[in-house]
Every structure is written in C-alpha cells, then in structure tokens.
Design a protein around this ligand. Structure first.
Ligand code: PEP
Ligand code: MN
Length: 382
C-alpha cells in the first residue's frame, strides 16, 4: 500500500505523525517514507510493507493531509504505476529534467580516449546546445585482450573539460561499487564542474550487488540498460532492486536484445517497448540506437539505419537517446565502426527534431480523440 500525501504536507509535520501513530497499531506493518523531488513537484509517499489487506484505506483517506491511498500489486512496488493509480514524477539532476515528458540527447564515444578527441566532441556539443554526454571509462569487453577503458586516471581531465564546455551530465558505465566511489572522489576533487549518470550496462543487468550499490546512493541518477537476453519483466525487476535501496532517480534504457532474428543488426531492436515501459512504470525511457543497430549501413532512401531506429523510438515517446559519436572513428579504441561523426551531428539533431515534432502532433491527436470519447462527441464515423 502507498499513502500519497498532499503536496504541501511537511514530511515531519503533525499530519504525517498522526498517520504513523494510527498505523503503529498494525504491528506486522513496516512504514517507509520517501520524499521524491520530482521534475515539477515534491511528492511525499509512505510505503506500507507487510500484510496490508486488513488496513482500512477509507479511514486513511479521510485523515488530514492524505491525498490518496493506492493498493499496490507486489510487482514493481516502487517503480510501478499500479494500473495508472500513480503518476510519473521524474526528477531534475544538475539542472536537467528527466521525466516521461522530457527529452534529452546524450552523445559521445563508446570509450574515452584522448583529451583532443573529447574536447572536439564537447566543442561540437556546446555549438549545438547539447549538455548531456555519454562516455565510458570502465569498459566491459567480450575479449580480455580488448581495450578496457582508461579508468579513473582520465576522470580529472575529463571532468575539467566537461566543465569548460558546460556539459551538465555524463552517462558513464560502472562495473563495480568502487567505480562509483572513484567517480564521486574525482568529481569532488575537480569541484563538481559536471554531473554523472551511472550506467548499468546490459552485461550487468542482473548483477544484484551492483544494482544495490547504485541504489543505495542518491548522489547520482542511474541509467539502467535492459539485459540483452532478459525478458522485460526481469529487467524491470532489476530496476526495482535499485529503487528498493532508496534511489528512485532511474532511467530505463532499451538497447536491443540479442537474437539471430535481429541479423544483420547487432541486436533485435525492441523500441516497441517504449510505451510499455512508460505504462508499467514511472521511469523515463531511453533508447540506444547505436548498440541496437551496430553499423553505419544506410537504407536505399539514403538514411542511416541508426537514424531510422532513433526515429522509431522517439515517435513512440522515448525521453532520451544515447548515441555514439566519434570525431575520428578510425582511431576509436572501441566501437568506431558504429560511431556517427561530428559533421553528422547537426543532421542527426535536425532529424530528431522533426520526429519529436511529429510525436507532439500525435500527442495532440490522442488528446483530441480521448476528449471526444469522454464527452460522447459524435464524429464522421458515427
Ligand atoms: C555502452 O553504452 O557503452 C554499452 C556498452 O552498452 P550496452 O551495455 O548496452 O552494451
Ligand atoms: Mn559501444
């Protein structure tokens, strides 16, 4: 059961205290309060854990300060929408909004290499108004002989350069708990010139200890990438691990699933799940077109497959896109063959803008259709 308090209620005020006193008579119930600083408002929610079926929700609903009571299914307790009973809330991190309404484009190399290449990317980002980057410094590679990332050694100059170009968030994969500490330390030493979104990669999608480590800190938001061989349900349960530890600032990323049926793409594109994740959970949804497609092939219409699948995700309502770019892909230490180049950035952003506009038009059509349905307005088909 979740008790949602009215927006103006003080979490340590008399209304909440009265409610907790009332609940204390149910000895087998534990309560956990969570104040979520959403993108638009602060949401105070009290979670009841244990057998709640005998707790009278009507009594609680009449208590001062209570907005509503939601009986939750055991699934996705924290991240779920519980059949539409709870809204998405989103969050703001380092001045950037992440919600089921917002849209952000993250670009950058698969792996950080030279300061010169990184500065070229940041310079182009500033020129085009982008403030969100993707950059791996800890790389999980299939072969132990491949480049594993520069690790913490590159963090000081990377963060300094990010600050110079007003980059607000860098999505960065972590493979173990100590990487979170290294990032935290390096950011503090640099004077926090930028922010980091911890990325849990597909290869760690069910590394429960790592999920718990990312969930038990609230400094950084988490970008969770769907397991390449996991059902949607298993991946959403993995996100629930992060949230159940206390960190609700999570973004769910679709990046294609591994299947021969996806050939010749690197993975089978799963962006049809964008609206499904938005319906089942409160999480903003990201798409990764680069690792889904895995090549720079073009259709006969002249458009890259990467652009086509980016459009598929955005037209379905994706809130974030994570795309690999490299100024000199032939020199990239990882995944150069699938990286877009700097001259392609303006074209990519223009294509995204066109598709996002189309999604917004679709939203308006949906609102009009729902309005007619609710108000019994007769149309041409009647
Ligand atoms: C990445 O985004 O750098 C990456 C390795 O992605 P994934 O975990 O989806 O393979
Ligand atoms: Mn890559």
């Amino acid at each position: 059961m979740i008790i949602i308090m009215k927006p103006d209620v003080d979490p340590s005020g008399p209304e909440v205290q009265k409610l907790l006193d009332f609940l204390s008579q149910f000895e087998d119930i534990q309560t956990r309060s969570s104040g979520i600083r959403g993108a638009q408002r602060v949401v105070n929610e009290i979670y009841l854990i244990g057998p709640t079926h005998h707790i009278p929700s009507e009594v609680i609903e009449r208590m001062p300060g209570v907005e509503k009571v939601v009986r939750v299914s055991s699934k996705y307790r924290q991240i779920g929408r519980h059949g539409g009973q709870v809204d998405d809330v989103g969050f703001v991190y380092n001045g950037i909004e992440f919600s089921q309404q917002s849209f952000n484009c993250f670009i950058g190399p698969c792996a950080v290499d030279t300061p010169d290449n990184i500065e070229t990317i940041f310079r182009n980002m500033k020129r085009t108004g982008l403030k969100t980057a993707r950059m791996g410094v800890y790389k999980p590679r299939t072969s132990p002989y491949d480049f594993q990332g520069h690790g913490k050694a590159c963090l000081p100059w990377l963060f300094e350069l990010a600050g110079k170009y007003d980059i607000r968030v860098i999505a960065m994969e972590v493979l173990k708990e100590i990487h979170i500490e290294e990032i935290m330390e390096a950011l503090e030493e640099a004077g926090k010139p930028t922010g980091v979104m911890l990325q849990i990669g597909t290869r760690n999608a069910q590394n429960f200890e790592l999920l718990k480590a990312a969930g038990s800190q609230t400094e950084f938001p988490v970008l969770y990438k769907r397991g390449m061989g996991l059902s949607l349900e298993d991946s959403l349960n993995a996100c629930e691990y992060i949230a159940s530890e206390g960190n609700r600032n999570i973004i769910f990323c679709l990046r294609g699933v591994q299947s021969r049926l996806g050939d010749p793409h690197r993975n089978l594109v799963d962006f049809a799940h964008v609206p499904v994740v938005k319906r089942l959970t409160r999480l903003p949804v990201c798409i990764d077109p680069t690792h889904s497609v895995g090549s720079k092939d073009r259709a006969p219409d002249g458009i890259f497959d990467i652009f086509h699948v980016t459009a598929q995700g955005i037209i379905a309502g994706a809130n974030m896109v994570l795309t690999e770019f490299h100024p000199r892909p032939e020199m990239a230490l990882c995944d150069g063959h699938q990286a877009l180049t700097m001259p392609e950035l303006d074209y990519y952003l223009a294509d995204i803008e066109a598709v996002r506009k189309c999604y917004n038009e679709r939203l308006q059509l949906a609102q009009q259709a729902l309005f007619k349905q609710w108000h019994g307005v007769k149309g041409q088909g009647d």
